[in-house]
Design a protein around this ligand. Structure first.
Ligand code: ZN
Length: 315
C-alpha cells in the first residue's frame, strides 16, 4: 500500500477535480500492474493497472489507495466493475471514497461478488496523499500549502526587499517540485509588482507541469492568470484540489487569519539577515497561548545546507 500511495503522488496536482489514486496489482509475490490517475482525471489508476496486468489480475491482490469508483460516467466503465470482472482474490483499500455516489458502493459491489475486501490499510497516509480531493469535497475549496523561505532569524528578505537568494539550489529545486505538485499557485498583488514572478516549474522534465497562476488583489498580470479579491474566493477557482501560496507577508497573513492554510513548508537557510522583512504580517494574535497547539510537524529534512520543515494544521 505504501508503494501504491507513492504512485498516487505522481498524479498530484494534475487530476482536476478527481482524486489522485494509486494502484498496484500483486500476483505470486510479483507486481504485475501499476497505475495512477492520469492528467485530467482519466483513465483512473485501477484501469491502467488492470490493463497492464491483463489475465494476471485473476486471483491477484489489488492494492488501491481509494475505494474503486462505482458511479456511472460517460467517460468509461466504473472501476468497481472493471475490478469485479478481473476476478482478483483480494482487494485491499486504504480509504473509502467521500463522494456519496460511490461511498461503500464500490467495496460492496466487490464484496457481493465474492472478492475478499479489506479497508483501512495506511488510511491516514492515503488521506494525506489525496488531501486535495478530500478538502475540496469537505470544505468546497482546495487544500492550501503556504511556502516560506527564510533566514535563521525568520526573515524572507532584506529590508530593501532583496530575497535572491536566501536558500540554496537544493531547497529551491524542492520548492519547484512542490509547484509541480499543485494545480494552482497564488501570490499577492504586492509580490507581483515587486518581483514579476514567473511561477513556472523550472525543473528538467517537469516544465509542462506549471500550475495556474493566481493573484490576490489588483495587479497587472498576463491574461492566463486568475484574479481573486479575498482569500475565501479560492473556492471559486474551479475544480482544483491543490493550491500553493508563495507570498508575500500580507497574503500569507490574510490566509492564515482566515483559517485557510492546511500545510506549511518552511525552508530555513543558515544565514542571519537582521532587521529584514518577516514572512507573515499581523494575523491579529491576541495572546501567545492561543498560538500554541495549532501546528503539528510532519517532516524535517536537510536540503544541502538548508533545512525543510513541513507542518500540518492541528485538527
Ligand atoms: Zn475509477
Amino acid at each position: 500500500m505504501s508503494a501504491a500511495i507513492a504512485l498516487s503522488e505522481r498524479g498530484r496536482g494534475r487530476t482536476g477535480e478527481n482524486p489522485n489514486v494509486g494502484c498496484i496489482i500483486v500476483k505470486d509475490g510479483k507486481i504485475v500492474g501499476r497505475g495512477w490517475t492520469q492528467p485530467g482525471g482519466r483513465p483512473h489508476a485501477e484501469a491502467i493497472a488492470l490493463a497492464q496486468a491483463g489475465a494476471e489480475a485473476k486471483g491477484a491482490d489489488i492494492y488501491v489507495t481509494m475505494e474503486p469508483c462505482a458511479h456511472k460516467s460517460e467517460r468509461g466503465p466504473t472501476c468497481a466493475d472493471l475490478v469485479k470482472d478481473a476476478a482478483p482474490a483480494r482487494v485491499i483499500v486504504a480509504t473509502l471514497d467521500i463522494d456519496e455516489r460511490t461511498r461503500r458502493h464500490g467495496i460492496d459491489r466487490l464484496g457481493n461478488s465474492g472478492i475478499s475486501v479489506s479497508v483501512g490499510v495506511l488510511e491516514q497516509q492515503a488521506h494525506r496523499a489525496m488531501a486535495g480531493f478530500f478538502t475540496r469535497m469537505e470544505k468546497g475549496r482546495p487544500y492550501v500549502t503556504l511556502k516560506l523561505a527564510m533566514s535563521l532569524d525568520g526573515c524572507i528578505a532584506m529590508a530593501d526587499g532583496t530575497s535572491k537568494w536566501i536558500t540554496g539550489d537544493r531547497a529551491r529545486a524542492h520548492a519547484h517540485l512542490e509547484r509541480a505538485r499543485c494545480d494552482a499557485i497564488l501570490v499577492g498583488a504586492g509580490t507581483v509588482a515587486a518581483d514579476r514572478p514567473g511561477l513556472d516549474v523550472r525543473l528538467d522534465g517537469l516544465n509542462d507541469r506549471s500550475p495556474k497562476p493566481v493573484v490576490l488583489g489588483k495587479a497587472e498580470v498576463p491574461e492566463h492568470w486568475a484574479e481573486i479579491s479575498e482569500p475565501q474566493a479560492i473556492a471559486e477557482l474551479g475544480q482544483i484540489n491543490w493550491l500553493l501560496i508563495e507570498g508575500g507577508a500580507a497574503t500569507a497573513a490574510s490566509f492564515l487569519q482566515a483559517g485557510l492554510v492546511d500545510r506549511l513548508l518552511l525552508y530555513r537557510a543558515p544565514v542571519i539577515i537582521g532587521g529584514g522583512l518577516t514572512g507573515v504580517a499581523d494575523i491579529g494574535l491576541e495572546n501567545l497561548d492561543s498560538a500554541h497547539g495549532q501546528w503539528n510537524r510532519l517532516d524535517r529534512r536537510d536540503l544541502g545546507q538548508d533545512v525543510l520543515e513541513i507542518y500540518e494544521r492541528a485538527a
